[in-house]
Design a protein around this ligand. Sequence first.
Ligand SMILES: *[C@@H]1O[C@H](CO)[C@@H](O)[C@H](O)[C@H]1NC(C)=O
Ligand SMILES: *[C@@H]1O[C@H](CO)[C@@H](O)[C@H](O)[C@H]1NC(C)=O
Ligand SMILES: *[C@@H]1O[C@H](CO)[C@@H](O)[C@H](O)[C@H]1NC(C)=O
Ligand SMILES: *[C@@H]1O[C@H](CO)[C@@H](O)[C@H](O)[C@H]1NC(C)=O
Ligand SMILES: *[C@@H]1O[C@H](CO)[C@@H](O)[C@H](O)[C@H]1NC(C)=O
Ligand SMILES: *[C@@H]1O[C@H](CO)[C@@H](O)[C@H](O)[C@H]1NC(C)=O
Ligand SMILES: *[C@@H]1O[C@H](CO)[C@@H](O)[C@H](O)[C@H]1NC(C)=O
Length: 879
Amino acid sequence: MTKLITIRWLLLLSAIVWCSQAVLNQPNEMKLQNNGYTDVLIAINNVIPEDGNIIHRLKEVFTEASEELYSATKNRAFFKEIKILIPKTWSKKEEYLLAGTETFERANISCATNLVFRVDLSNPRVRPDTPYVSTKDGCGYPGDFMHLTPDYLVKMHHAVLNWGPYSKTILHEWGHLRWGVFDEYSSPGYPRFYMASTGGIKPTQCSAKIPGNPRKIVNGLPWTCRMNHSSGIYEETCHFNVYHFINEATGSYMCYQYLAEVTDFCHSDPDGDPLSYHNREAPNVHNAMCQHQSTWDVMNKHRDFASGANPPRAVDSTQPSFIMLQESEPRRVLVLDMSATMEALEAVGHPQGGRILLVTAGQEDGDPRIRDVMPDLRRKKVIVDTIAYGRDADPLLQSLAQETGGDSFFSGIHDSAALDSAFTATFGAMLEGRPTPFPVTNVLLSEDKTVSGKQTYTTRVYVDSSVGENTFFFVSWLNGRRPMVTLETPLGRMITEDDPMYDVTSESITIEIQGTATPGKWSFSVTNSDSDDQDITIIVTSNGKEPIQVTAQISDELLNYSSSQPSALRIFATIEKGFSPIIGAVVKVNIEKPPHGEVEEVTLMDNGAGADFLKNDGTYSRYFFNVTADGRYGVSVRVDNSQGDAKYVIMSIARDNNTEYADESNVQRREQLEQLEQFQRITTGGVFEVQGVPSGGVPSQDILPPSRVRDLKVVEVSYAKATVTLRWTAPGDDFDHGGPAQYVDIRYSRHFDELADDFQGSASVNSSQVLLGSLTSKPEFGSMQTVVILVPDRGPNVTFVFTVRMCDEVDNCGDPSNIVAANLEYIPADPTNEFPWHIVLPVLITIGVFGAIFVISCIVGKCKNRTKSTQPSADNNVV
Ligand SMILES: *[C@@H]1O[C@H](CO)[C@@H](O)[C@H](O)[C@H]1NC(C)=O
Ligand SMILES: *[C@@H]1O[C@H](CO)[C@@H](O)[C@H](O)[C@H]1NC(C)=O
Ligand SMILES: *[C@@H]1O[C@H](CO)[C@@H](O)[C@H](O)[C@H]1NC(C)=O
Ligand SMILES: *[C@@H]1O[C@H](CO)[C@@H](O)[C@H](O)[C@H]1NC(C)=O
Ligand SMILES: *[C@@H]1O[C@H](CO)[C@@H](O)[C@H](O)[C@H]1NC(C)=O
Ligand SMILES: *[C@@H]1O[C@H](CO)[C@@H](O)[C@H](O)[C@H]1NC(C)=O
Ligand SMILES: *[C@@H]1O[C@H](CO)[C@@H](O)[C@H](O)[C@H]1NC(C)=O
């Protein structure tokens, strides 16, 4: 039973300083009603130096973007009301309202409870000032936030030159952020070209009508592209060079939004505009994630537009109204127990943006009741975080938190009056007495133990060098006499009861390390001085300027098994240091389940399979569906790098200085991995509610298929051997759980449409065609699977398309994967050691042709200032 005390402690800390996505219905969640988005929040980070021009430009940019949004959605949506949150460090102005529930943290990556725009410093992982949306979930799910830099907003020439008109760029990003659609140009890991099943090598783009030619750029000179005989397409250094000045294609915003003619998303309506018709063959992220649906097909399933919601409507104006907010300070935090009367709530006075932490064990039993004080709280913009424990805790608590923009947490511990007063008192004291530990950014350790009489419990915690400031070791106990605590620093110094850092109250021992805690292993022992068992809780917290930080989220707050198809919950944890992701860490989630508080452990993976969107991006994910009963489920996340396997990914962008091109075609991305020292973290993923579980639990027979494969790739083709090598990441037996899937079902065809529209009717690869690898190898979840397939034909115009699905032992099969194409024509291997006429000659010709085109286009008067700016490449796309 005491296992759970820690979770409570942890949740308590977390509730104050962290947010979680557990509560999705924030009062400031953006809505689309009557065609207008309201509660759109743009937050400017505190670290941005004051610059009124940023606010001015935000207004201009979003006014333009609103108009573009309205026309792009065919009069179905525009920005009606936008809130701009100004840093509290900026000077106060009359017209600024005090922010209540909109705090910067809420617009922060770590607490992206609503969809927002962030104005923040440039992220070194993308080319300076590139607008981007951070995403970690699949097709149709919203992104986390849109990142805009001050220079992007203010340096208009620079921005338009690189990314095209603001309104279109914002709209491209909005597609990621709001509707969960993806890039339709080629991005890293996706080929820039593909062999179309209608013949010919085509660029990865949407629509297919965007004109241009393949071009290789070396030191500023265009070289002709050669075919690569082992990929069947052009060499990897080949880009598609869009002919801006003759483009007529109107789609798509998710592709080259900067093209002047692009005014549409791609659609799949055969009677619609052929110039924005979806290119479902293109091997891009969008098609891989969204099963080759068009952008509009995905958007039409979003609640903004599903079942005809927000039909086209003429509006008087698409001009958004801007509400300026400034965060008030200081933020007050009160810890309350609901057993104390609700009138205590009055004690917070009139603090806009004040914050209350309500801790309670039971049902409310006196007046005033939650529903009575709710309007008052809402009016005062007080945020209430709630922590409920005990099975009979009032469900109203969750709604109280939701409605005020707070977070709700839950622990299923049973008894607890004593516990409650213990930790309330402790934290109360902490809150009043010390300036620290707020904000607590990092909990390193949180453990509960039952220590037998007269015994000593020993544990250790790694304090890493990214933290070390304000380091606290807390020990509290439930029963019996004060235990004895000994702490040994990495340098071997013992901290015991006589030490001035050792602070004792009736319920807790706190050791606050002065200055910066030495990085390394801190050993910790707690001795029970009684002869009876004693339940103790240990918590270690520490801060740092740029700490290794873990943030956890869950995809849903409610899983309803009464409705036909409850979605499986997805759990995410992101580990990063600044903007750099941390990969290779061990991330475990404890899910505390009703009815008895049993804890299930799930390991999150960053392997790009199952619930994990992208491999090695520092976001670790997993499905969870093993529900036991109706009720609330608590999620806590533990990150452990005591093995020292984790690495820090430093990405830098270098420009080749030899090139005279102003575009980014020659940008080099350098990724460097740095081994990390030992560290550990613990955080909460919040709480979710499950309803409608059939009595006796969900059926135990195997009904879940392996997850859909989304990363099928052709890694090699061979004309000589008539083979195609396919590779993908293996899912598990049940989505991403339950051991390996049993076999793979590979289908192929000469025609894309046949395979896409008739999986069952398409030829399947049989084992006699598999030269290497196996169809029945039972691959470990997350492992790469490779098979070499003998194809029945080769030669000019011979193209095969492939798709795979994995199946379990009772033939539950996942959806078919993304479709990939292989070109089986004869391509000579690279000639070597010859004078490179094949390179030089085409270069000269190309220069001549380009020169001519340039001159002609200037004569026609269309080159303007475009010639330099918008050389297309994957690198000047927004991401
Ligand atoms: C996000 O929140 C964390 C923790 O509260 C804080 O350390 C960080 O600076 C915030 N990020 C931004 C961009 O404000
Ligand atoms: C040619 O294709 C193979 C297989 O896809 C790839 O490994 C190689 O890097 C490519 N070479 C060039 C020059 O693009
Ligand atoms: C759960 O689904 C059932 C059936 O669709 C519905 O009647 C019920 O209201 C749902 N519960 C919640 C909380 O949405
Ligand atoms: C599902 O949950 C039950 C009860 O908590 C547990 O006994 C079982 O091991 C879990 N199954 C899996 C596959 O984790
Ligand atoms: C280009 O020049 C800049 C400034 O001198 C330098 O920082 C950068 O490293 C250079 N890039 C390369 C690829 O050499
Ligand atoms: C396997 O497929 C190939 C190509 O379709 C076919 O020629 C061969 O007969 C099949 N072999 C078996 C054992 O079915
Ligand atoms: C290959 O396709 C092209 C165009 O689709 C066609 O002109 C050509 O005749 C085809 N070649 C063969 C050998 O089928």
